[in-house]
Design a protein around this ligand. Structure first.
Ligand code: SF4
Length: 161
């Protein structure tokens, strides 16, 4: 099972972001998340938690994302994103990714980025981690033959030839 989620006062969160952005956008969203987290004075409320809560609650911010990092999907000449990754740009897609981050935890953020970019292999691995509460050994030893992912699950023992 996933770890218990950290309680964040969403009204306070909106208010802090409003104050921080009152003079315009900050240099990067990472700086914004970190400064908001500092304002809460609760060790468990990290920049990552702040980011997740903003995504999950559709809190609009004016600070732009940093330019580095992989783009999701491909933008065509009309500026419309194509490919499986495009699904994750919808509101429900963003909520799904935020929920997945809470469930799997920061260790698996790189995997979640691959899922967000449309990787089916990463989604299968994510499904097995979700199923076992992030226990790779349990996935390796999985005996649920009726599961559709059984034969393609990650962490399988290497077959002897
Ligand atoms: S293959 Fe096993 S670990 Fe993976 S989702 Fe199915 S039952 Fe869960």
């Amino acid at each position: 099972m996933g770890r218990p989620s950290v309680n964040v006062d969403i009204t306070e969160l909106r208010s802090i972001i409003g104050k921080l952005e009152s003079n315009g956008p900050l240099a990067s969203q990472q700086e914004l998340w970190e400064r908001v987290a500092e304002s809460f004075k609760n060790d468990k409320i990290t920049a990552a938690v702040i980011r997740l809560r903003c995504e999950a609650n559709n809190i609009s911010i004016i600070t732009p994302a940093a330019k580095r990092g992989r783009k999701v999907g491909v933008i065509n000449q009309l500026g419309i994103r194509k490919g499986r990754g495009a699904k994750y740009e919808s509101n429900i897609g963003k909520k799904h990714i935020a929920a997945l981050k809470v469930e799997l935890g920061p260790k698996y953020y790189p995997l979640i980025e691959k899922i967000q970019a449309g990787s089916i292999k990463a989604a299968i691995k994510g499904a097995c981690l979700f199923c076992t509460g992030c226990q790779p050994l349990e996935i390796k030893e999985c005996e649920i033959l009726s599961c559709p992912l059984y034969l393609i699950r990650p962490y399988q023992k290497k077959a002897k030839v």
